[in-house]
Design a protein around this ligand. Structure first.
Ligand SMILES: [Zn+2]
Length: 390
């Protein structure tokens, strides 16, 4: 057993920091949290100094098999499973060093990440805890078909879910609409009908798994919500003409408690073309997420890490400032990255909070991210299952 001291603590939920906390840790778990505690007798105490201790961040949307280059998909096609696994191991490690202690991967190839998940479960200090979806379920030659799970029709959809469950995935990911990463795929077009989507949800929930859907087009978002999806990735409301507001869809999501995964973390500023259309596009996205937040929808910051050079696997905290544009407070942003992300990923019983019984996955940053969320980038220490890794 040992104790951790810091100047401030964000516990995953409360908007006011605990001053001069002492966190007791044993066997990788948090035993108790004290405010202004005096000595602990013979128990050793690490004093981290003038830092804020917070629950390790959770990135609920990564792709560890993609290498965060302009040609990530082409590179993947040229690599063996062994090479993909070796690179994924390094990518996961880079996330941990940035204070991201849990990674949910939503786009594996051929289930290679199951081996890394097991490896990191045996040796937690080597990387973040991995939650995996396996290859996303997509339509024949649909978005990300090259990851290896094409299905069409109710029976094939059910069979795909059963196969994933048997392999030991944590969540089912479905490509509800097309996406920009796949040549020939159109982001605003639906890939599935209502019966197919409903079949996935019924089969997955029956097996104790949640379902999240890639949906960039408004028809896809609406179809996923109607089918009972637990979460929606990107959720961009795209149509052939832009981002019209689907108010009925927004209200339906708020009523259903759907989690929206806001893939808005970028390390590099998005490149602008001469007419600044990219900038205008981003402003539209910001106003879309603002509308969702004001409607009471649960927004979880995520990254889509791996798909390109703007989104390496340690990028998540760079998105925190962007989330403020929705009208969130700093505390809302921190919740989105910790306790809310834990709920969305189905691990809220042991992740995302600093409280008795929770995993001792902790990040310490200089400054106070409850005042300036960019302090999340000033990482001073990282603990994974109670072991200091940075
Ligand atoms: Zn993705």
């Amino acid at each position: 057993m040992y104790g951790l001291r810091a100047a401030r603590l964000f516990d995953g939920t409360s908007g006011s920091p605990l001053k001069h906390p002492l966190v007791l840790i044993e066997d990788g778990r948090i035993v108790s949290v004290f405010a202004n505690a005096a000595g602990l007798g013979d128990t050793p105490v690490i004093d981290l100094g003038d830092v804020t201790l917070l629950p390790g961040m959770i990135d609920s949307h990564q792709h560890l098999v993609l290498d965060a280059t302009d040609d990530s998909v082409i590179h993947l096609a040229s690599r063996s499973d062994e090479e993909v696994l070796a690179r994924a191991r390094l990518a996961a490690r880079s996330a941990l060093m940035a204070g991201i202690t849990t990674v949910r991967d939503l786009g594996d190839r051929s289930f290679v990440l199951l081996a890394l998940k097991e490896e990191l479960a045996r040796e937690p200090a080597a990387g973040p805890e991995l939650l995996v979806a396996g290859p996303p379920i997509t339509s024949p030659h649909g978005h990300c078909w090259f990851l290896g799970c094409e299905a069409r029709g109710v029976e094939q959809m059910r069979a795909a879910v059963r196969l994933h469950a048997a392999r030991g995935v944590d969540v089912i990911k479905v490509m509800v609409t097309g996406g920009s990463l796949t040549p020939g795929s159109v982001s605003h077009e639906l890939q599935y009908g209502a019966a197919e989507l409903r079949a996935v949800v019924e089969q997955a929930h029956g097996l104790g798994l949640t379902v999240t859907g890639h949906a960039k087009g408004v028809r896809g978002v609406a179809a996923a919500v109607r089918a009972g999806f637990d979460g929606i990735e990107h959720c961009l409301f795209l149509t052939p003409d832009g981002f019209p507001l689907g108010r009925a869809v927004v209200d339906a999501m708020a009523a259903a408690g759907t989690y929206v995964s806001v893939t808005a973390a970028f390390k590099r500023a998005p490149e602008l073309d001469a007419s600044n259309t990219r900038l205008a596009w981003l402003r539209d996205v910001d106003s879309l997420y603002r509308t969702m937040w004001q409607a009471g929808i649960r927004l979880v910051l995520s990254s889509d890490a791996g798909i390109g050079p703007a989104v390496p696997h340690d990028v998540l905290p760079y998105g925190a400032e962007r989330l403020l544009r929705t009208g969130m407070t700093c505390a809302d942003v921190l919740r989105s990255l910790t306790s809310l992300a834990a709920l969305a990923c189905g691990v809220a019983d042991r992740k995302g909070r600093i409280a008795s019984g929770y995993d001792a996955d902790l990040t310490a940053v200089s400054g106070d991210p409850l005042v300036d969320v960019n302090d999340l980038l000033r990482v001073a220490a990282v603990f994974r299952r109670g072991v200091r890794v940075r």
